[in-house]
Ligand binder design. Structure first.
Ligand code: C5P
Length: 228
């Protein structure tokens, strides 16, 4: 188990986890684990290697030996590479999300990625973003946040993001995708998406990013993780 302090930020996609977790890691000067990216790269690697997402043994082999690297580009962007090939964009598509959540439901894939995730916990500390960071990967974490928002609010946020990128999307379709993914993530047998018993639950539906960040920072201070 890691000897560095860990803050976990779990919750469904679109609740603002990524933004909050990134900002927190930056503010504290701690390491950052985007665990969703590991599942996304696993799904993408299957496409590249010609392994079907429902081939459990094949996907598990891919996860076990996943040659993935994260590098920070100037401007804060994180580049994700598989076998040295940039997959940053490909893993963020809707297909990338589907692949991630399909392979993430395979128990042996989760086991294969467990140790790799724990290796991110190094001094001075780690902010870990995901679904099961506080329940399974870092159950001893100093602070556990579960950040959520209603499905319709998350669909609306995603819709605005995609429209801003010039993509044509349908809001009802997005809402349906989000509901389907939520159902898959919360009902799977291993590591379902549930708050840890000792997690602090924040509903961001009616909160701005600075409001959520302020609430999280308050908890960080209360836990003595930084000077008040
Ligand atoms: O967080 P992100 O949207 O990138 O995650 C993509 C998918 O990976 C999620 O829908 C979920 O199925 C899976 N995931 C997971 N456990 C994590 C992180 C992500 O099962 N810790």
């Amino acid at each position: 188990m890691p000897d560095a302090p860990v803050i976990t930020i779990d919750g469904p996609s679109g609740a603002g986890k990524g933004t909050i977790a990134h900002r927190l890691a930056e503010t504290l000067g701690w390491h950052f684990l985007d665990s969703g990216a590991l599942y996304r790269v696993t799904g993408q690697a299957c496409l590249i290697e010609g392994v079907a997402w429902d081939n459990h043994a094949g996907v598990t082999d891919i996860a076990r030996t996943l040659d993935v690297s994260f590098t920070s580009a100037p401007g804060g962007e994180v580049l994700v590479a598989y076998k040295g090939r940039d997959v940053s964009r490909a893993i963020r598509t809707e297909e990338g999300g589907r692949g991630a959540s399909t392979v993430a439901a395979i128990p042996s894939v989760r086991t294969a990625l467990l140790q790799r995730q724990r290796e991110f916990a190094k001094p001075p500390g780690l902010v870990a973003d995901g679904r099961d960071m506080g329940t399974v990967v870092f159950p001893q974490a100093e602070l556990k946040i579960f950040l959520t928002a209603t499905a319709s609010e998350r669909a609306e946020r995603r819709y605005k993001q995609l429209i801003a990128k010039g993509e044509s999307v349908s809001l009802p379709r997005l809402l349906e995708d989000i509901r389907e993914r939520d159902a898959r993530d919360s009902s799977r047998e291993v590591s379902p998406l549930v708050p840890a018993e000792d997690a602090i639950v924040i509903d961001s539906s009616n909160l701005s990013i600075p409001d959520v960040f302020a609430q999280v920072m308050l908890k960080v201070k209360e836990k003595g993780l930084i000077q008040a």
